[in-house]
Write a protein that binds this ligand. Sequence first.
Ligand SMILES: [Zn+2]
Length: 388
Amino acid sequence: MSKLETRSSLLRQLNERRILNTVRLHKKISRANLGREIRIATPTVMRIVDNLLQKGWLEEIGTDDSTGGRPAMLLRIRAQAAGAIGIELGRVYARFVCVNLLCEVNHEEEIEVASLTDASQLVAFVGRFIERAGLDPANVIGVGIAAPGPLDPVRGQLLATDDIGVQWHELQLVELFQSQLGTPAFLANDADAAALGETWFGRGNDFNHILFVLADAGVGAGMAVHRSIYCGANSRAGEFSHTIVDINGTLCSCGRRGCINTAASAYAMVAAIRQARHVDQEENVLTIIQQAIQGDGPEREVVDRGLAYLSVGIFNFIQIFDPDLVILGGRTLLSAEYMVRETQERIRKLCRNSGIEVIPTGFGISAVAIGAAALVLQHVYDHTQLIG
Ligand SMILES: [Zn+2]
């Protein structure tokens, strides 16, 4: 392909994404208003819209008679024309969502990560999941995977970690999905993906700087800036769990003392209760939280200490990053209204009522899986990626 052809193909893609995103944001819009909105010449708009109608991604839905002039045909996204798969590969659970072009969930499932012996099983599971979701494999535009990390999103690789099983170490997960399912695949840190999902399709839709805090088995945070994940120089931005909030605190697995992880993660709360109660049996963090809400025993102390660490960590993050909005998610935080309310209240006090908005995700425990699907859908709507 010549240089000129490459440029014109890039321009076509760029305009296509701008058109799709504008139609998405308006829900329904005429060709003339579309052209005016994104300042593209009418013949170009007509040509791209015709292609997208032919492809089935846009549809005509009757005329707009409200303007009083000649009625104009309205366009909208044909949401069911294609779909994306989002996978949250967590420490304990793997959650799967199948979303349409508007990132609305059509089908979701969850399994325990321990039930997968290797990554090929994961890929095979996704193949069957697509069938159960009733999606034609030819209409799957991609698979997004979100995991706790450490990971390399550029190379699409999980790195060595003790948090998930040894079978996942150094695994080229993106390459595996691409070769075995024949579809584009993307990998990101779990909280980063959740932040992206919120900024494109969730409660962060009207905000430019979003902090997503994930309190699950571990804790994490992700930043989305102008609708893109902020990764930092080494993809380590938002390494929230190992930020220090107590220099004399408990020894962390990373070798330092007083990381947020040592008090606010589900692992830490469970370990603290086992120690306080001198028990060896497996404790469930959700039971611990329920007991904390009902009484004043060690459970209340452990949960409140966890929330104190978490809130100080979030406050420090706000001071450095200056977000428009903080969104809370993860099974631990979302398990009871008390957890969200208490976190909001503590942050509000630390921020001295500066007005920073702290809200729970609207996607519930699917926020990370939906964020993983957004990694795929971003390539449908985000024209800035092509410029960057
Ligand atoms: Zn640490």
